[in-house]
Design a protein around this ligand. Sequence first.
Ligand SMILES: Nc1ncnc2c1ncn2[C@@H]1O[C@H](COP(=O)(O)OP(=O)(O)OP(=O)(O)O)[C@@H](O)[C@H]1O
Ligand SMILES: [Mg+2]
Length: 253
Amino acid sequence: MARIIAISSGKGGVGKTTTTINLAAALTEFKYAVIIVDANMTTSNISLHLGLHFKPITLNDVFEKNAKLIDAIYQHENGFKVIPADISIRKTPNPNTHEYIDLLYDLSAHADFVLVDTPAGLGKETLSIIEAVDELITVTNPELAAITDAMKLSVHASKLETHNLGVVINRVRNVSHELPASHIERMLDLPILGIIPEDREVGRAIAHKKPVVSFSPNSLAAQHFKAVAARLIGEQYTPKTGLRQKILNWFRS
Ligand SMILES: Nc1ncnc2c1ncn2[C@@H]1O[C@H](COP(=O)(O)OP(=O)(O)OP(=O)(O)O)[C@@H](O)[C@H]1O
Ligand SMILES: [Mg+2]
């Protein structure tokens, strides 16, 4: 049975979709079978990040009972599978926790990991998913607004008895006004699963509709996403963030 993990944040735009896609790519490189579920049915992004936006059957169709789950699962060239959500403006289904549990249970026999990308905010749409999954990865940025929302997410997760695995601090620039990781760790009272630097390669990878882990495997972001994936499976992976890579990154930024 798969580990079923939601990737969530509270605040929008902090990097949930980027983290979901790149953990999927990295776990696939570690030889695990992964299915991504784009549960952001209102403002879906996964299919745009991965070039799957022309796929005819989506999670929306499955919840509207217009299609079978199996027909909404697409193989990505990186080896993982994806259930995209609809990017058009149409009425969004509003599944409850039990409908999510049924869906995720059906998927869990077909993968080692089911990674569920969640919408921004902490409304019913997000909380139904948090309740339905077993585990949660919190994504945040090193700024107070994002961390405040991550704290609220944490409170909800503990009420809903979902195991909060820890926090991924994304878009770290190491500038003086950022909150340091040690403060974030204390404020959230969560282990830090990884610190992902701000990296121009992330935007380039999205423009090419690929995970940065495969598009630019030596980039700092790719290396740090791989380290988070390794941590999830109890493997050791030390990012190769030597001077050469740092200089390259500096020139790119
Ligand atoms: N480490 C990074 N370095 C540089 N840019 C990044 C990084 N992570 C994410 N981004 C950029 O931030 C933007 C938002 O990322 P993403 O779509 O993953 O956030 P999100 O939390 O899923 O947003 P939403 O709440 O709207 O679903 C993207 O355009 C992406 O290019
Ligand atoms: Mg997103």
